[in-house]
Design a protein around this ligand. Structure first.
Ligand code: BGC
Length: 342
């Protein structure tokens, strides 16, 4: 294992951004920016031992700053949407920054994806840390968050550790856009399994309506493996509402998700201690240039964002995202890679 620090650029307001290249002896390699703890590249081996970069990303800091979609970024203080940016905690109403129509999305206008984090080398990777002040984007409590990015046994592990000085709410995720074929073409042919029997129905704004229907007999059913494209353009209400998949699934058991490319044999397995995973098929990714001249566009990747349920602070019947003052939040998600030779 080795870690190499490389200068990446400067943000428009003059902050220096560095890229940490983590190379593991088992052939997996990642480049992670201290800007948003952003996974810029993730290189794994295909069935012929050729290296394949399985995430979308950019060559310059300007593109990370200016383009939408949170490519590869760590998202917080609360990933996904909060209805009207409003919630009540300990009897007090809080109003968050609105950055997605009338709603709050992925931590607000300047979420954690836009911070330049501190970084230090640790065993198997890099530990990134940051402090979000009391009142940041409307959230209560100074929050200290550490994200350890480590490579081990053919997997990338993301460990989130947070402590807040006041009661607050948290929901962290990584927003990598995966394309197991190396960013070429759409992901309709990727084969997906989700160990989830229920999902959250959304309204047109992407917010959960509160209904948690069974996937059975619908386009949302990935309990047995099939291609993502099979029903993505069907007249199923959920896929019509989002122009594809953009919903939270209730994880039944681990692995939460398995994705396979028949083209090159790469298998990605997602393991998490979080209760939900957002399947997002990049429906809103407009045509744009990516790393090394790549052309990205609608549906050119899929995100599997492990998380608390969206807007759960306004749905007390769902698992709680409240982090009490002084308590430790500790959570790990692993994206593990292997080869299917057939
Ligand atoms: C959301 C999408 C959103 C995308 C990029 C996903 O997590 O579910 O609705 O368009 O992030 O912001």
């Amino acid at each position: 294992m080795s870690v190499t620090k490389m200068y990446f650029g400067k943000t428009s307001d003059g902050r220096e951004v560095n890229c940490f290249k983590i190379t593991s002896s088992d052939g997996i390699e990642a480049e992670v920016l201290d800007y948003g703890v952003t996974i810029r590249t993730l290189i794994v081996r295909d069935k012929n031992q050729n290296p394949v970069d399985v995430v979308l990303g950019y060559d310059t800091i300007e593109e990370y700053e200016n383009n939408d979609g949170y490519f590869g970024a760590t998202v917080g203080r609360f990933a996904n949407r909060i209805c009207g940016g409003k919630f009540t905690l300990n009897g007090k109403e809080y109003t968050l920054a609105l950055n997605n129509g009338a709603n709050h999305l992925h931590g607000g206008v300047v979420g954690f994806s836009k911070y330049v984090w501190d970084a230090e080398e640790i065993e198997d990777g890099v530990l990134f840390s940051m402090t979000s002040p009391d009142g940041d984007e409307g959230y209560p409590g100074t929050l200290n968050l550490k994200v350890a990015v480590t490579l081990k046994n053919g997997a990338i592990n993301l460990n989130y550790h947070a402590v807040s000085e006041k009661d607050t709410i948290v929901n962290f995720t990584n927003h990598s856009y995966f394309n197991l074929n190396g960013g070429a073409g759409d992901i309709h042919g990727h084969l997906l399994t989700l160990n989830a029997d229920y999902f959250m129905m959304n309204d047109k704004g992407g917010l959960p309506t509160g209904e948690v229907p069974s996937v059975k007999g619908t386009a949302m059913d990935f309990t047995t493996e099939h291609a993502i494209g099979d029903a993505i353009d069907s007249d199923d209400d959920a896929v019509v509402a989002s122009d594809g998949y953009d919903n939270n699934y209730v994880i039944r058991e681990n692995p939460a998700a398995i994705v396979r490319s028949e083209k090159n044999g790469i298998v990605m397995t997602v393991i998490t201690d979080q209760p939900g995973v957002q399947l997002y098929t990049a429906n809103k990714t407009s045509a744009r240039k990516g790393k090394n001249g790549a052309e990205y566009g609608r549906r050119s990747a899929l995100c599997l964002e492990t998380q608390h349920y969206p807007d759960c602070i306004n749905h007390p019947e769902w698992p709680s995202c409240i982090l009490k003052a002084g308590e430790e939040f500790n959570s790990t998600t692993t994206y593990s890679f292997s080869i299917n030779k057939d």
